[in-house]
Design a protein around this ligand. Structure first.
Ligand code: NAD
Ligand code: MG
Length: 386
């Protein structure tokens, strides 16, 4: 029997994290959990630790350290707290693959730290590549680390590229469901509340990415993610709305041939492919039935109404720290929308304002990104107060 692969799951209490644990639970002879980390939900982290018996758990929220420590006192599990601790434990010798499933900019430091230690990365945290794609991909190359995409669209592209060796990509199409407000107009969007935006037609996800999906910022972040993962020029990336979410994305090659990857929408599939690569692990996930989907349809994305997608393309074209500004402003905007402090359309206003006003840096280094993120958050919060 092959040796089990040792996995660290950063953000194990989230939507991706819990689905990663489902995959591992179903394949306990192939994978072993070394590290689990969470932030808000200490009880779930404790429960996961008791079930999977990892070497170490880290609770990012330091105020919950004593609580987690006490609950796990009877077990042979090390407990730490804080984001610095997450960045340290990912470097443990015993870890082979890190599932980066923290949401937002908060996942950047630990992902970079894992790459520095030569760990293979199953990357769900797209914001890492949006913020610092140049640094992260060049560091991965230098360390011989593969970034296996967990995002379903990028997993689709990655699967389409299997066996193509050095055949160049002409372009890629990222499919988008269009979210719950597909086809709606600005007047309607100006009235929507978080309860409506949190209802995604095809996927169950964490709150932040669900709002991003409704505003099409998620697709914008994915365009930038794709640029870095697959080494593409901005003009090689296109978005096509496909409401059924069956075709997960497509690659067009230089002979005009197109390859698509399809299946029912289920994040366990891309998670499993990322940690099991190059093997396809047998699963009992529900299978696609053509008769349930007599029509697969496609539409142009409405970037006039959903300005976030246009803003993301703009930030990608500009380069430098512009995508980092876009991301930080969007994190503040989504948080404010989820607290009913701003309306749906004001999220784009805030992102646009920050892109216009925050100091542009053409070739940022790591500390420039950290400073840009901080400065943008402060500026965005100031704008919201006025
Ligand atoms: P989620 O909100 O459900 O989970 C986030 C996880 O990160 C939780 O474990 C939480 O405790 C942890 N976390 C949050 N803030 C933290 C902080 N400041 N420090 C440390 N840990 C923190 O989010 P999710 O939906 O699982 O998404 C995770 C990532 O995966 C995001 O980048 C998202 O864009 C990406 N992604 C998610 C899906 C999906 O279906 N959910 C699909 C594609 C990509
Ligand atoms: Mg996606």
């Amino acid at each position: 029997m092959e040796k089990k692969k040792n996995i660290a799951i950063l953000g194990s209490t989230g939507s991706i994290g819990t689905q990663a644990l489902e995959v591992i639970r179903a394949n306990a002879d192939s994978f072993c959990v070394e590290v689990l980390t969470g932030n808000g939900n200490a009880d779930l982290l404790i429960q996961q630790a008791i079930e999977f018996n990892p070497n170490t758990v880290v609770i990012a929220d330091e105020s919950k350290y004593q609580y987690v420590k006490a609950a796990l006192a009877a077990y042979d599990i090390k407990v730490f707290a804080g984001n610095k601790a997450i960045a340290e434990v990912v470097q443990m010798d015993s870890i082979e693959t890190v599932i980066a499933a923290i949401v937002g900019y908060a996942g950047l430091e630990s992902t970079i730290s894992a790459i520095k230690a030569g760990k293979q990365i199953a990357l769900a945290n797209k914001e890492t590549l949006v913020v610092a794609g140049d640094l992260v991909t060049s560091l991965a190359k230098e360390k011989g680390v593969n970034l296996y995409p967990v995002d379903s669209e990028h997993s689709a592209i990655f699967q389409c590229l299997a066996g193509e060796f050095h055949n160049p990509i002409e372009k890629i199409y990222l499919t988008a469901s269009g979210g719950p407000f597909r086809g709606k107009e600005t007047a309607f969007l100006s009235t929507v509340k978080k309860e409506q935006a949190l209802k995604h037609p095809n996927w169950e996800m964490g709150a932040k990415i669900t709002i991003d999906s409704a505003s099409l910022m998620n697709k914008g972040l994915e365009v930038i993610e794709a640029k870095w993962l697959f080494g593409l020029k901005p003009e090689q990336i296109d978005v096509i709305v496909h409401p059924q979410s069956i075709i997960h994305s497509l690659v067009q090659f230089t002979d005009g041939s197109m390859k698509a990857q399809m299946g029912l929408p289920d994040m366990k599939l891309p998670i499993q492919y990322a940690i099991g690569y190059p093997n396809r692990i047998k699963s009992d996930f529900p299978r696609f039935n053509f008769m349930n989907y007599p029509q697969l349809t496609f539409e142009k994305a409405d970037t006039k109404t959903f300005r976030n997608l246009a803003l993301a393309f703009e930030a990608m074209n500009k380069g430098g720290n512009a995508p980092c500004i876009l991301n930080a402003a969007n994190e503040i905007a989504v948080e404010a929308f989820l607290k009913d402090k701003i309306g749906f359309l004001q999220m784009s206003d805030l992102v646009e304002k920050c892109l216009q006003t925050i100091f542009f840096i053409e070739k940022p280094n790591y500390s420039d990104y950290v400073a840009t993120d901080k400065e943008t958050r402060e500026a965005a919060s100031r704008i919201l107060k006025n």
